[in-house]
Design a protein around this ligand. Structure first.
Ligand code: FAD
Ligand code: EPU
Length: 338
């Protein structure tokens, strides 16, 4: 295991922010993690775990050690009736894992195709897309407690998964290194094709017989048409979460904005697409210095080349303020600010 000093993070975050960290290392096993955490030089040093860097905005150089989790491996744990339990290590690239499941005819993650990042970060915000979240097929995970230096196991109910939320993002933030995640997948496909444009896209693709590969291809096609490729244009996906407002506030707003898209939630609350709110405030496609709100998806803030973290954060604050002023709704960042 090599430890680098003053290491550039530019190629390690999808916003391509040009910052450094004081120390950097890559771990490929639990032994590597134990070694780095017991290194006498780093006991009092701040630590940040990094996956694919696709949900992080660095606003300054990181004055600590960044531990890039590259633990490899995918393993079938057990099969019970129609379910196959598959464990993927934290360093596996998420989309490669989804493709592995499809190649093995295992259904459950196909709607989550093409989400950037690694398996280890997926539970952090309970990644979701096109009507599916990982909590729907999550079985368990193991994670290394940074100060106790012990492995803890988490079942579904321990994780407090919500919309873009988990116990790891909140109560246990920066306390654990997620090592691996086990998913409960299905041999008999369970299709989720009612969300968004999936059905239309399948029709356009002239799919005769539904399959998990076809659903994945449709999701990939929709995502590629809407979301900028971080390899080409720096971004971290949706910068903000979609806000959930009370029925009372919704009833007032809908009389003023009858075209406001809305998704009723279980408790009577209503989710509003932040992209619509931001577009209504005039930000969509707007370029501000080296940054801006993307022309096809207002919720995605982009780096046009040399943007700094504070520049993108300033734009985010301005957008947040204008949405608050126009609609009285506070939109909160989804991206992790460091
Ligand atoms: P990172 O950005 O490296 O880390 C994210 C957070 O998790 C950080 O706080 C980090 O410290 C922590 N972390 C990372 N790995 C570990 C670990 N092993 N143990 C403990 N903590 C860890 N998200 C969605 O939910 N749905 C989408 O549809 C979606 N679309 C996207 C589209 C684009 C173009 C982009 C750029 C991003 C998108 N995202 C989406 C956000 C992002 O892909 C996910 O949040 C992803 O899970 C982040 O993975 P990562 O490995 O890049 O995490
Ligand atoms: N909209 C606009 N203008 C825009 C963008 C969106 O008016 O510029 C409105 C439209 O009414 C559209 C609706 O918002 O129908 C929803 O847009 P979209 O289908 O693009 O989805 P989203 O709500 O913006 C969410 C997730 C994405 C996820 C997609 C698909 C959040 C914060 N974002 O986006 O996740 O891929 O749904 O399920 O929940 C991410 O988390 O990084 C991410 C990309």
């Amino acid at each position: 295991m090599i430890i680098y000093d003053d290491y550039s993070l530019k190629s390690l975050n999808t916003f391509h922010i040009d910052v450094t960290c004081r120390h950097y290392t890559e771990v490929k096993s639990v032994d590597d993690i134990a070694e780095i955490l017991s290194h006498p030089g780093f006991e009092d040093t701040d630590k940040l775990i990094l996956g694919g860097g696709s949900n992080i905005l660095f606003t300054k150089n990181y004055d600590g050690i960044i531990i890039k989790n590259s633990i490899p491996g995918i393993e079938i744990i057990k099969e019970i009736d129609d379910n196959v339990y598959v464990k993927a290590s934290a360093g596996v690239v998420w989309h490669q894992f989804v493709l592995w499941c499809i190649a093995h005819n295992l259904s459950g993650l196909e709607n989550l195709s093409l989400i950037p990042g690694q398996v280890g970060a997926a539970p952090m915000q309970n990644i979701g897309a096109y009507g599916v979240e990982i909590k729907d097929v999550f079985e368990s995970l193991s994670a290394y407690h940074i100060t106790e230096k012990a492995i803890h196991h988490f079942q579904l109910n321990d994780c407090a998964f919500g919309y873009r939320e988990s116990v790891f993002k909140n109560k246990f933030r920066n306390q654990y290194i997620i090592l691996d995640v086990t998913f409960r997948l299905n041999k008999t496909p369970v299709f989720h094709v009612n969300y968004g444009d999936i059905r239309n896209t399948l029709e356009q693709m002239m799919i005769q017989e539904l399959s998990i590969k076809a659903v994945s291809d449709a999701v990939i096609s929709i995502r590629s048409s809407k979301l900028p490729d971080p390899a080409v244009l720096g971004n971290a996906g949706s910068f903000f979460k979609n806000p959930v407002i009370s029925k009372h506030q919704f009833d007032q707003l809908i009389t003023v904005y009858p075209l406001m898209p809305n998704y009723p939630q279980q408790q009577g609350d209503v989710k509003i697409p932040a992209g619509w709110l931001i577009e209504q405030c005039g930000w969509k496609g707007k370029v501000v210095g080296n940054t801006g709100s993307h022309k096809s998806q207002a919720l995605v803030l982009v780096n046009y080349g040399n943007a700094t973290g504070p520049e993108i954060y300033r734009l985010a604050l301005d957008i947040q303020q204008s949405v608050k002023e126009k609609f009285g709704i506070l939109i909160e960042p989804e991206v992790n600010l460091v």
